[in-house]
Write a protein that binds this ligand. Structure first.
Ligand code: OFO
Length: 166
């Protein structure tokens, strides 16, 4: 059985993952309309991953005989000034998710909930990878600067990467 505190925190994390899904999907829609189909596909792929994260926790709560309680998802940002700003927003979001997962691990530990703590290890590792992946794109965008052909080449590269992963 989950303690009330852990259950509430897991439900809050489901909401945060759905919020991430919404944020990435909104970024994908923006990039699509800005005629960057590769960046859009990359964001779309990551949106789907966030939905998978939410569902992993959703199923775990049920396995632990808890009650999933879905909450409202805030409206995401709709547009950004630059491509780099889109990825910086994604990085900011990932850092918030990482902090939230770490706080959840601390809570599971203090509640002596070993099953939840072990379950969360996957998310701890996933966050390391997610922050690294977003950072790689930001670094490439830094190198490209205002060089438009470079931007189109990266758009193509990320589009192929998204295709390979889906
Ligand atoms: Fe990218 O955040 Fe989920 O866990």
């Amino acid at each position: 059985m989950l303690s009330e505190k852990v259950l509430a925190a897991l439900n809050a994390q489901i909401n945060m993952e759905l919020n991430a899904f919404y944020t990435y999907l909104s970024a994908s829609a923006f990039l699509e309309s800005a005629n960057f189909p590769g960046f859009a596909a990359w964001m779309h792929h990551h949106a789907e991953e966030e939905m998978e994260h939410a569902m992993k926790i959703y199923h775990f709560v049920h396995e632990r005989l808890g009650r999933v309680s879905l909450q409202a998802i805030p409206a995401p940002t709709q547009s950004w000034d630059t491509i780099k700003a889109v990825f910086e927003a994604a990085m900011h979001h990932e850092q918030k998710v990482t902090a939230s997962i770490n706080a959840l691990v601390d809570l599971a530990r203090s509640e002596k909930d070993h099953a939840t703590e072990v379950f969360l290890h996957w998310f701890v590792k996933e966050q390391v990878e997610e922050e690294m992946i977003v950072d790689q794109v930001i670094q490439k965008l830094n190198l490209i600067g205002d060089f438009r052909p470079g931007l189109f080449m990266l758009d193509h590269e990320l589009g192929e990467e998204a295709e390979g992963e889906s």
